[in-house]
Design a protein around this ligand. Structure first.
Ligand SMILES: *Cc1c(COP(=O)(O)O)cnc(C)c1O
Length: 456
């Protein structure tokens, strides 16, 4: 195997995007559906640690991890070794046709490491949307009920059912309806924008959920599905106690409580699963993204009696739990067991807090710095009215991109910059990238004459 390493420092050799990337992008436009968007139109040659090396020789700091996927690094040797070994043996059998034990081993790890002290089973799939849909299928089969309770600002995927469960219309849903029915949306206890103040968010939002359940008939709900920290919706951390309150309501009414940890799980927030911060366990827990270390693998893990309530043959998928993806996941687990990745997430949080939190100054349009571990965000809005300022987020992200730091914008209003660095990112690289981000904020303020004191 090629053991060349990518130097772990930022380097600008051309403008970004450079000429090679631009030429490849022009070709892409001729060949690829315009339905795919692009955050930063550069083409990648190699990636490792915290660096994306593009085809023009630029070394870009990676604060995206391919949307929270390459947490253990995009070229983790433990993942590479296991995938290489599996590649040598066979690529595919289809687990519904003949078996291989890495599938079972991935399920066993998830059964052992997900929160909840009860007998568990796991089912593997290929995409997050597919896994969320299967969680709903399982909940319906187990309860004989139809409805699914979801929340404001939720993101659960791009398939028809998960689009219906997702809150944001543009770009995810617009023109793609009609959608499956039986999806009911409840308020999310979002501290920043809760009308009567953050301190009331949990109590008020739980009261609203109870009212919705009462109105619709609680016994008509199969599942309640929530992200323990919302991803695409803007890295919203629910007000303390909200998840536990929902957990209680679900238990009381026999509703399956489903945690969508596709983005927040697998060590991203400094604990293996984000729901651990709130001490809650789902009846079903959905993992994805970082689970496969860059190969497509997702899972539903949960109470054995629910997971086994489905008729045999009712779950599956051609590529579900593909052998290469299972091998990669075993490498990811090994990386978490050997290394100090959870501590890495906390180090990232401490460093980002030190460098970015001062931006949330009195007269600054950065109204919030939030998140946990290596899942962090800053939100741009008017101080007084909280009117979103997406143009500032876009301008700051563009400035970062020009300087070789890849950040992503998210949020229902497109006014949030999110940080998802690989957990293995080096400290110098992390600080360099964060200082570029801070400088980008300052220069955009100066340009747009946003009256803001930015403290060092
Ligand atoms: C990304 C994501 C999904 C969908 O995963 P895909 O693999 O893109 O289908 C579902 N839920 C959450 C919370 C996500 O962040």
């Amino acid at each position: 195997m090629d053991t060349a390493t990518v130097p772990q420092s930022r380097l600008l050799r051309t403008v970004i995007p450079g000429p090679r990337s631009s030429a490849l992008h022009a070709e892409r436009v001729q060949q690829v559906s315009s339905g795919f968007g692009i955050a930063l139109p550069v083409f990648i040659d190699r990636a490792e640690g915290g660096i994306l090396l593009d085809v023009d020789g630029n070394r870009i700091i990676d604060f995206a991890s391919g949307i929270a996927v390459t947490s253990v690094g995009a070229a983790n040797p433990l993942v590479q070794a296991r995938v290489a070994e599996q590649l040598d043996r066979f690529t595919h059998t289809c687990f519904m046709v003949t078996e291989y034990d890495s599938f079972t081993a991935v399920c066993a790890w998830l059964n052992a490491h997900t929160p909840g002290d009860f007998d568990k089973r796991t089912a593997l799939f290929s995409t997050g949307a597919e896994a969320v849909e299967n969680a709903v299928k399982i909940a319906r089969a187990a309860t004989g009920r139809a409805k699914v309770l979801v929340f404001d600002d939720a993101y659960h995927g791009r398939s028809l059912l998960t689009m219906a469960m997702t809150a944001k219309d543009n770009p995810y849903k617009v023109t793609f309806g009609p959608f499956p029915t039986e999806i009911v949306r409840a308020p999310m206890a979002a501290p920043l924008r809760w009308p009567s103040g953050a301190e009331n968010a949990t109590t008020d939002a739980l009261a609203r959920v109870e009212a919705i359940l009462a109105e619709q008939g609680p016994a008509t709900f199969a599942a309640m599905v929530i992200e323990p920290i919302q991803g695409e919706g803007g890295f919203i951390v629910p007000a303390p106690g909200f998840l536990a309150g929902l957990r209680d309501l679900a238990t009381r009414h026999g509703i399956v409580f489903v945690l969508d940890e596709v983005q927040a799980g697998m060590g991203r927030t400094g604990t293996m699963f984000a729901s651990e911060h709130e001490g809650v366990a789902g009846d079903l827990l959905v993992t994805g993204k970082a689970l496969g270390g860059g190969l497509p693998l997702t899972a539903v893990t949960g109470r054995a009696e629910l997971m086994n309530a489905v008729h045999t043959g009712g779950l599956g998928g051609t590529y579900a739990g593909n052998p290469l993806a299972c091998a990669a996941a075993l490498g990811v687990f090994e990386a978490f067991e050997n290394g100090d990745l959870l501590a890495g997430a906390l180090r990232i949080e401490r460093t980002a807090r030190r460098i970015l939190e001062p931006l949330v100054a009195e007269d600054s349009p950065i109204v919030d710095f939030r998140g946990r571990g290596a899942m962090l965000a800053i939100e741009f809005a008017d101080r007084e009215t909280l009117e979103p300022r997406p143009e500032l987020a876009t301008a700051v992200a563009a400035r970062c991109h020009q300087q070789g730091v890849l950040v992503l914008v998210c949020g229902t209003y497109g006014n949030v910059i999110r940080l998802l660095p690989p957990l293995v990112i080096g400290q110098d690289l992390l600080e360099d990238g964060l200082l570029v981000l801070r400088g980008a904020v300052e220069s955009v303020y100066a340009e747009q004459s946003v009256g803001a004191a930015v403290h060092a």
